[in-house]
Design a protein around this ligand. Structure first.
Ligand code: HEM
Length: 142
């Protein structure tokens, strides 16, 4: 059970990165081209990206309860690995998921397509940067 969830969490990471990068690239192109007409296809893509991050977060939250790397013993904050998996990684990743949710929600409220695309581009970009910084690359690249 633990290995299946951990492997899924690790594998889905690549899909999340690809979808976030594509969301930022196409959001930026649409913003710079000042596109007036909204594209239903891309809106769906931005939407699926958000839902995939929700699934990734759910797997992560599950790992919080079963991972041997997460235990809040005395002094866990002084231990780099326990601090990372027990607090830094979960907290920052949840912030990244929150930013993507806010970005999509705010874009719906915007009056023009240009403003909608700009909102998506900015929030998804900041979420992408946070996520890339908080991925345990040394573990992933092993
Ligand atoms: C949404 C974006 C997220 C990404 C891209 C991500 C990515 C990763 C990656 C690549 C690993 C290493 C897996 C391995 O060692 O093979 C990992 C581990 C872990 N993640 Fe996430 N994570 C995300 C969100 C979360 C969230 C929201 C939580 C908790 C609330 C979380 C909790 C954990 C835990 C506890 C581990 C350690 C698992 C273990 O090695 O036992 N993650 N994450």
């Amino acid at each position: 059970m633990y290995n299946i969830i951990k492997q899924s969490h690790s594998g889905i990471m690549w899909l999340v990165i690809v979808m976030l990068v594509l969301s930022v690239i196409f959001g930026l192109i649409k913003t710079l081209k000042k596109e007036e007409t909204a594209s239903a296809h891309w809106y769906k893509f931005f939407y699926y990206t958000k839902w995939l991050m929700y699934i990734q977060a759910l797997l992560g939250i599950t790992l919080m309860f079963i991972s041997p790397l997460v235990h809040y013993s005395d002094g866990f904050m002084k231990n780099e690995q326990l601090r990372f998996y027990g607090m830094e990684h979960p907290l920052m990743m949840l912030i990244a998921v929150g930013l993507v949710s806010i970005g999509l929600y705010k874009s719906k409220k915007k009056s023009s397509t240009i403003k909608k695309n700009r909102s998506i581009t900015i929030y998804y970009f900041v979420a992408l940067v946070i996520m890339l910084l908080m991925i345990p690359w040394q573990t992933v690249m092993q």
